[in-house]
Design a protein around this ligand. Structure first.
Ligand code: IMP
Ligand code: MG
Length: 181
């Protein structure tokens, strides 16, 4: 099936498929093995998915982890009209669990400016987590994104990407592949 006639696109078109379903599956499997090797059961790892964009990546990734974990979510949104990234992040939901002495793994869909993680990672550290690491499926490697990211699925092109959780005005989140618009 050619992607420009994919009925999931609802008549819109994408430029090109950047990561196929198969490429994503292989990379997520490898990330799961690497992450599993990076923790001990005593770490009491809490995996925190940033909604909504990470929902498919998170669900595939946790099924590749071979260590005991808990799963929760964090919902944050940007202030403002959404056209200019102000760097102001509002937290709408965060894990209620006591983080004291626990390891936290933040799972993100894509690091763009880095503003989201630069706000959220220190916040989780202030709640007493002994260790906070970040795993992102995609990283655009922009100079502004100075946040330390331990696990990266793919170094992404600096174009607007959709699918596998990533949206454009809420469209395309359910695509099993990642495409550029
Ligand atoms: P940052 O705070 O600028 O790093 O932006 C991170 C968030 O912006 C991601 O979690 C996505 O929700 C969104 N985002 C950034 N780039 C893209 C993209 O190319 N496609 C879809 N969403 C994106
Ligand atoms: Mg996001």
């Amino acid at each position: 099936m050619s992607h420009d006639v994919d009925p999931r696109l609802g008549g819109r078109s994408v430029r090109e498929i950047v990561y196929t379903e198969e490429a994503i599956r292989a990379r997520v499997q490898a990330l799961g093995a690497e992450i599993s090797a990076g923790y001990e059961p005593e770490d009491r790892l809490l995996v925190v998915g940033l909604l909504k964009g990470s929902f498919l990546f998170l669900s595939d990734l946790v099924r590749k982890l071979t260590i005991p974990i808990h799963v929760d979510f964090l919902v944050a949104s940007s202030y403002g009209d959404g056209t200019v990234s102000s760097g102001e992040i509002r937290v709408l939901y965060e894990p209620p669990a006591d983080l004291d002495g626990r390891s936290v793994l933040v799972v993100e869909d894509i690091v763009d400016s880095g503003a989201t993680l630069q706000r959220l990672v220190p916040m989780l550290r202030e709640r007493g987590a002994s260790r906070v690491d970040v795993c992102t499926l995609l990283h655009k490697r922009l100079p502004s994104a100075t946040v330390e990211v331990r696990w990266v699925g793919f170094d992404a092109p600096n174009s607007f990407l959709v699918g596998y959780g990533l949206d454009h005005a809420e469209d395309f989140r359910h695509l099993p592949y990642i495409a550029s618009l």
